[in-house]
Design a protein around this ligand. Structure first.
Ligand code: DAH
Length: 334
């Protein structure tokens, strides 16, 4: 019986063509050619009406099953081709860094720290690191800060309950000593890190905060080098309208010592002429002697400043506690 025998081979050809369609456009064409309004398979179905009463049920059943099979094959191939179309044409290098973070952002303090590090790297400084739990020697003694110095007062320092009098470092200056103990001059380092003091938390103080320490040791280093470096870095961070000024001060590990004041349009907007931003000076010869550097041969400068201070200025933030509360409404803005 001609009609029934036609169904199976037609179906097989249609299936083969659907599966062979190389892309979505070709697949749509194949679909039209077989099961579209003027398709070959559709034509076969239209012939059902010409069959006799006895032939019709079996033929109808067969043709419907075949049609379902073709539609399923069409859907499966379509899915396959869509997936293929979505894949990149070039081979993918999965070791490349992502174009953006999949989730979250860097904390504003991390962003500012990264920018400071980047500025110093441009002029040849390397990043050094040291322990947050320090001994008195590296935090104070070696920095020419004797045992009766007020900076060692237990009122503003966290001591650990240990017999060897360890403490949470009060400044990153301790890393100056650790680096010089290990390394012969010249030295050119910065030290970003967390420090601890027994401060009450208010809008401008927190018991933990972050500092960047800098140390430069070489032959014939001058205050001019120090001032030029600080100016360069602050202009990189805060724009070319930055001005800085040095005021005489006292630190036991530098001589002479200065406080650095800073100004730019932002500071003026806050209704101030200058903002105190950092401490610095020429490394005290006693510090060099302590770490075994020849103070007649080597000279150097050091500085330290607070990262929160810089970030507050930069973003116009007036409460330091916002950095630690991790309220997403705050963090989202950076
Ligand atoms: N350690 C000082 C502080 O915590 C900052 C400082 C001042 C660092 C002078 C220095 C320096 O290296 O030379 O306030």
């Amino acid at each position: 019986m001609g009609f029934l025998n036609e169904i199976e081979p037609l179906k097989q050809t249609a299936l083969a063509e659907l599966l062979a369609a190389p892309d979505l456009a070709a697949l749509e064409q194949t679909k039209g050619a077989w099961i579209g309004t003027n398709g070959k398979f559709t034509a076969l179905m239209k012939q059902l009406g010409t069959l006799s009463k006895e032939e019709k049920p079996a033929a109808g059943k067969l043709i419907n099953a075949a049609k379902l099979e073709l539609e399923a094959a069409l859907a499966a191939r379509r899915e396959e081709l869509e997936l293929k179309a979505a894949l990149p044409k070039e081979p993918t290098d999965f070791t490349l860094p992502g174009r953006c973070r999949a989730l979250g952002k860097l904390h504003p303090l991390t962003q500012v720290t990264d920018d400071i590090v980047r500025a110093f790297r441009k002029i040849g400084f390397a990043v050094a690191d040291g322990p947050e739990i320090e001994d008195e020697y590296h935090c104070f003694d070696a920095l020419n800060t004797p045992a009766d110095h007020p900076a060692r007062d237990s009122q503003d320092t966290f001591y650990l309950n240990t017999t060897d009098k360890r403490l949470l470092r009060t400044h990153t200056s301790s890393v100056q000593i650790r680096v010089m103990e290990k390394q012969a001059p010249p030295v050119r380092i910065i030290v970003p890190g967390r420090v601890y003091r027994r401060d009450n938390a208010d809008a401008t103080h927190n018991p933990t905060f972050h500092q960047i320490e800098g140390l430069y040791v070489d032959k014939n280093v001058t205050v001019g080098d120090l001032k030029g470096t600080v100016e360069f870095v602050f202009r990189e961070l805060m724009g070319s309208d930055v001005k800085i000024r040095f005021r005489p001060h006292y630190f036991s590990y530098t001589e002479p010592s200065y406080e650095i004041d800073f100004t730019n349009a932002l500071v003026k907007k806050m209704g101030k002429d200058w903002l105190e931003i950092a401490g610095c000076g020429m490394v005290h010869p006693q510090v060099f002697e302590t770490v075994g550097y020849d103070a007649k041969e080597w000279t150097g400068w050091a500085f330290g400043f607070g990262i929160e201070r810089i970030a507050m200025l930069r973003y116009g933030i007036n409460d330091i506690r916002l950095f630690y509360e991790n309220d997403v409404r705050f963090l989202k803005q950076f």
